[in-house]
Design a protein around this ligand. Sequence first.
Ligand SMILES: Cc1cc2nc3c(=O)[nH]c(=O)nc-3n(C[C@H](O)[C@H](O)[C@H](O)COP(=O)(O)OP(=O)(O)OC[C@H]3O[C@@H](n4cnc5c(N)ncnc54)[C@H](O)[C@@H]3O)c2cc1C
Length: 380
Amino acid sequence: MDFSLSEEQTILSDMAYKFAKQELGPLAHESDKEEIYQAGVVKKAAELGMVGAWVPEQYGGAGVGCMGNALITEQLCRVDMGNASSIITASFGCEAIWLYGSEEQKQEYLPLVCSGRAVSAGAFTEPDAGTDVAGYNTRAKAEGDDFVINGNKMFITNGTVCDFFVVQAITEPEGKRHARFSQIIVPADSEGITRNKIKGKMGIRASDTATVAFEEVRVPQANLVGTAGRGFYQLMHFFDTTRPMVAAQALGLSQACLEAAVKYSKERQAFGQPIGSFQLIQQKLTEMAIRIEALRGLVYRSAWLIDAGKPDYTLAAMAKYFGGQTAVFCANAAVEVHGGYGYIEEYEVERYYRDAKILELYEGTKEAEVVTVGGVLMKG
Ligand SMILES: Cc1cc2nc3c(=O)[nH]c(=O)nc-3n(C[C@H](O)[C@H](O)[C@H](O)COP(=O)(O)OP(=O)(O)OC[C@H]3O[C@@H](n4cnc5c(N)ncnc54)[C@H](O)[C@@H]3O)c2cc1C
């Protein structure tokens, strides 16, 4: 057993961190404050192979697998989770195409996204159903060679900036509850689509989030991804591969919190000495460091298992659950170490604190991860 990164992985990780420091760092504050989606930075990242890096080379990706993608994600989020999210999610939804799409769909869509010529979005959540994935109501009715789609989607990342969506919709209304869904590729410029940016998010404010309405939107039935009626199961499998990446986001953000807290602990004086000399401060730093190391193990192992062809959805849910908790814990501790200065935007930990919370909410709330892991434990 060897826990060390390969030379290529170390180079990849260093490259991603350097890029983040140079390109994301200077934009972080303004993007957050003004809620600016930075298309230019996504394009630059794509040029370096960091968009859809998990996509195999034959389809235009960097072919670094989920492990390589986790390293990139970690290092980008170590600098700025908002703009990092725009880069990481520029291929969101394409996991479905990779896992279940036809050869033609892979050839058409994956290179577009990896090269930065297109941005994708996964349109699953609806205003009345998020965690209840089988409770979605968007319909895709077969008419001739087309689907006609009607429904509303909520909280869609890249909703106003993407070029196409992978939409979760009911195609088999008469089927059993979980057997009614399909996944369909829908070009964003299709007639009948209305998209509106959701403003005023607590964190990751550089990332584009939108409501998307489909009214009589017509796409060819050839845009079906995978098997009609299997969409629910396809989406569950999809999340098994994306949850370790959310945990990798948490890992990078947690690391940023620790680094900021250690730096400040050495600089800030109280009672005639650096606050880092107080053991109560050291305890916070130590707790952060231990949790980060534990999280790193979960992230790397769950990503490595996917690349090894042995995805472990329980481990992926554990990584996602622990990742969110670790990020929230570390961001909170980092603010506390900064005292009152942690509460003002001049210090980055204020942004980290707001950015962290989403990691307990999207792609499965922490409660949803407990339901997954708990269910497995009770079966065993
Ligand atoms: C910034 C942002 C970006 C997002 N990006 C995307 C995206 O790109 N695509 C997309 O499709 N969605 C996206 N989402 C949606 C996100 O995945 C959902 O918000 C999330 O799944 C929760 O769904 P909900 O908000 O409807 O909450 P609900 O499902 O209504 O949950 C409300 C509360 O009830 C709890 N709960 C629900 N069911 C159970 C249960 N069985 N047991 C215990 N507790 C339960 C939840 O844990 C939560 O605490 C995004 C959300 C945000 C905020």
